[in-house]
Design a protein around this ligand. Structure first.
Ligand SMILES: *Cc1c(COP(=O)(O)O)cnc(C)c1O
Length: 311
């Protein structure tokens, strides 16, 4: 039995009416760990267990660590998650709730990552948050579900952090005869390592992450994400934090579900009717979810962004 669930696929009447296109939502926020990460990470954990892993080690400030913790509990495999000092209390508590051992180490995710690797024993499996073909294969199941439901959208909108979701979606499109469906890859300003790499034609590493959407804060994306852009139609959209937060709040109004700004930014591309989406009749948004923000956090973030903008 897979560790992920088949998530709802719904047409949003409220958003469709606002933007004048048919907007479909794949509700990955409904996964047991609160994000799509359970698909790929769950699949990778099951594979590593089959190959003899006795323990899973991860470094993450949030949803990836939580997905590993969840998979470990379900598979009865011990889990250690190294989280940087910047990780939210809420994320740490949720990982503990899944019985993971959580170690706070380092000021950044890079430091946490190096420390995690230093702990590795021969029978441990390191579970990367996005750069692993097993993870992409697992994420691809969400596209299987969409095609099985009989929907072939004219475009797919998704968020990009390290590019794991993007690679999974394209793998899913390939195996379902959907290679002609363009993908709109959305990031926040200051976490736009993918947009910058697409423009350059080679991988660009950001010196630092300046966006509040820390979930999207991979300083460099996986190579496969860039490689796919050479044979699949992928368009980059980069939007400010402010619009990501306001889209999360609008989505809470429209659908009663709290998602992180990391997910809000994909919704913002739709709400803001960005040029990259014009001309498509049926648009599918991957509502990737995320447990890092509460409704109160979103309101507070909106207030802070407002102060910055002096409104
Ligand atoms: C991990 C994550 C992302 C980014 O996914 P990548 O595979 O790193 O591109 C976006 N949104 C949420 C909620 C996530 O958990």
């Amino acid at each position: 039995m897979p560790l992920y669930i088949e998530t709802p696929l719904i047409e949003s009447r409220s958003i469709s009416r606002k933007v004048g296109q048919s907007i479909w939502l794949k509700m990955e926020s409904a996964q047991p760990s609160g994000s799509f990460k359970t698909r790929g990470i769950g699949y990778a954990c099951e594979e590593y267990l089959k190959r003899g892993a006795k323990r899973f080690i991860a470094s993450s400030g949030g949803n990836a660590g939580l997905a590993v913790a969840f998979a470990g509990r379900r598979l009865s495999v011990p889990v250690i998650v190294i989280v940087p000092e910047t990780a939210s209390k809420r994320a740490v508590n949720l990982m503990c709730l899944e019985n993971a051992e959580v170690i706070v180490h380092g000021k950044s995710l890079d430091e946490a990552h190096r420390f995690a690797l230093s702990l590795m024993q021969p029978t441990d499996a390191y579970i990367h948050p996005f750069d692993d073909p097993l993870i992409w294969r697992g994420h691809a199941s969400l596209i299987d579900e969409i095609f099985r439901a009989g929907l072939k959208p004219d475009a797919i909108v998704l968020s990009v952090g390290g590019g794991g979701l993007l690679c999974g979606v394209i793998e899913g499109l390939k195996r379902n005869g959907g290679s002609d469906v363009p993908v709109i890859a959305v990031e926040t300003e200051g976490a736009d390592s993918y947009g910058k790499s697409l423009n350059a034609g080679f991988l660009i590493e950001l010196a630092n992450i300046s966006s509040i959407a820390t979930t999207l804060g991979a300083r460099i994306v996986c190579e496969q994400a860039l490689a796919y852009s050479k044979n699949h139609r992928i368009e980059s959209v980069v939007l400010p934090d402010k619009l990501a937060v306001s889209a999360s709040l609008q989505f809470l109004q429209d659908h009663g579900i709290v998602v992180e700004p990391a997910c809000g930014v994909a919704l913002a591309a739709v709400y803001e009717k960005v040029g990259a989406l014009s001309g498509y009749k049926t648009v599918l948004v991957i509502v990737c979810g995320g447990v890092g923000s509460t409704a109160d956090d979103l309101v507070e973030l909106a207030r802070l962004e407002c102060d910055v903008a002096k409104c």
